[in-house]
Ligand binder design. Sequence first.
Ligand SMILES: NC(=O)C1=CN([C@@H]2O[C@H](COP(=O)(O)OP(=O)(O)OC[C@H]3O[C@@H](n4cnc5c(N)ncnc54)[C@H](O)[C@@H]3O)[C@@H](O)[C@H]2O)C=CC1
Ligand SMILES: O=C(O)C(=O)COP(=O)(O)O
Length: 390
Amino acid sequence: MYQIRTYNKISDKGLSRFSKDQYNVGEDVGQPDAVILRSQKLHNEPLPESVLGVARAGAGVNNVPVEEYTKKGIVVFNTPGANANAVKELVLAGMLLGSRGILQGKDYVNTLGDMTDAGEMSKLLEAEKKRFAGSELAGKKLGIIGLGAIGSMVANAALALDMEVLGFDPALSVEAAWRLSSNVRRMESVQALLSQVDYVSLHVPAIEATRNLINAETLSVMKPNAVILNFAREAIVDASAVVEALNAGKLGQYICDFPEPCLIGHDKVVALPHIGASTAEAEENCAVMAANQLMDFLENGNIVNSVNFPHTVMARGEGGCRITFTNENVSGVLGNVLSVFAANNVNVIDMVNKSRNDVAYNILDLAEKPSEDVIAALKAVEHVISLRVI
Ligand SMILES: NC(=O)C1=CN([C@@H]2O[C@H](COP(=O)(O)OP(=O)(O)OC[C@H]3O[C@@H](n4cnc5c(N)ncnc54)[C@H](O)[C@@H]3O)[C@@H](O)[C@H]2O)C=CC1
Ligand SMILES: O=C(O)C(=O)COP(=O)(O)O
């Protein structure tokens, strides 16, 4: 029986992928082989030694200590693109909230609870509505920082709304580039983009390079009525610098999915409780993808959509036994492992060896299951971090 520990609200559609006769799944699972989670922060959470893999049902992995896990040989997965449409739709809603007096108009209407005469109400509303006039998105300039799964969807949707779209992403993948309309104007720097746009939407991961990407200095080049949309992460924006710019009339609005104390109640801020991916569809997509990836990893050793391990897949062949192992990415380890097999007359039928940064991962199909002594000898090979017999 494989043991899977869950954190957060993981869609049943995903969890039901784990068959009951092979998997024990739940929040209280004691010695988990794997963990499936959403935004639960694992940095200060002691992880049992038994864990082989951690699947983030979602995109951002800043809640997982990836580097530390890599050293222990723990594979971290995410679900690229599975919630991108949900975020795109909320960003569009955010832009509309920023362009029209929707929330202000609604709040005003709700103050009229004491009125009883519909005719009077109508007259009053027609007189007051000029306070809630806005402007259209069509023709405005939207800058997008980070053109991956979400950013490229936002870009294409904004073009369909007749906006002009400028993009900045120095590490754009070939796959993302294919998804992106050629009408997106490529910018060479964050500053160049910010200085031109009416709206800017952030879609970068929270990493050291993007910490406080929006700060007092970058804010200073923006148009005074510009709107910043942050549906990426709290750490990417210096919220106190944003509040200062809003108060000084140097920024129009801040619309985000990450409320902080200094933002609460500000009339130029719309802050939502991190609901970008909170749709039934996105929750299902993420959970199903995470569950499928974990099952393939636990049952076959295959690694798809990992953020710290190489993509490694080998079809199951005739072999009687599959071994997977992780080693430090230094020369000679695979040779030493194969020598152990040779010395013990174990026939290797098929194998794949891949590396990524400091780790290498290997899948080997053997004619038959090696003895416990051979397995112990394999585990003792210098630089082997972990080894599994499947
Ligand atoms: N509000 C919410 O509920 C959600 C928030 N997110 C956040 O959005 C982020 C992006 O998600 P996806 O688009 O799915 O990820 P993705 O990995 O497909 O795209 C990220 C893009 O950012 C680019 N990038 C990295 N560093 C950059 C930099 N310094 N400057 C400009 N571009 C840079 C990458 O090249 C990549 O194209 C996630 O990391 C997560 O933090 C994601 C899903 C839901
Ligand atoms: O996928 C992401 O990066 C998200 O931020 C979504 O977070 P959630 O799964 O809704 O807690």
